[in-house]
Design a binder for this molecule. Sequence first.
Ligand SMILES: CC(C)(COP(=O)(O)OP(=O)(O)OC[C@H]1O[C@@H](n2cnc3c(N)ncnc32)[C@H](O)[C@@H]1OP(=O)(O)O)[C@@H](O)C(=O)NCCC(=O)NCCS
Length: 172
Amino acid sequence: MLIVRAADPDDAPGIARVHVEAWQATYRGIIPQNYLDSLTVQNRTIGWIRILQRQDDAITLVSEEHDGRIVGFASGGPIRHRDNRFQCELTSLYVSPRAQRRGHGRRLFLAVANRLHGMKLTGLFTWVLAENPARSFYQVMGGEQAAELTRDFAGVPLKEIGYGWRETPHYD
Ligand SMILES: CC(C)(COP(=O)(O)OP(=O)(O)OC[C@H]1O[C@@H](n2cnc3c(N)ncnc32)[C@H](O)[C@@H]1OP(=O)(O)O)[C@@H](O)C(=O)NCCC(=O)NCCS
């Protein structure tokens, strides 16, 4: 059974492991290799403890396999830039490469969106690297291309596509 639940600071090492595995697998050949090589579970754990201890409107959820191992995480909150069409943003969504295509991504996406909907935030937005092979996941989830920009990642300009949902997806 897949379990999706709210993360707490004790989950930081498990989230960090998924973060490093997913970034190194997904962004190889896209984000500079020296940046990917510099990611470690140790330094990401420190970053995630900080994020999870913050008392703000951000939500972080984890997805576990039946043995309790964290294999995915997602976060979201009020949108970070101004866009009249969207009030909330999915800020991360990662599933460990060996656990992909088993439904964790879909469940995490819907669970974060549902919580944002519960916070009365209408219209969901997310940025995805244009070269990300998993980009079409967001189309399958009903997102429509809504924005585009080029941002600097570790010294390299990379194109990002913004996907939007006019209504924040939620459970009925
Ligand atoms: C994108 C991601 C979160 C999807 O999670 P997942 O658990 O593998 O996806 P699910 O099993 O819930 O898939 C649901 C549906 O989305 C679509 N989908 C998922 N991954 C896809 C991919 N790589 N390419 C195309 N469609 C995809 C499929 O239609 C899938 O249904 P199916 O397996 O029945 O065909 C996951 O692949 C991931 O973490 N990738 C690496 C990191 C990343 O790209 N994160 C998003 C950028 S911020």
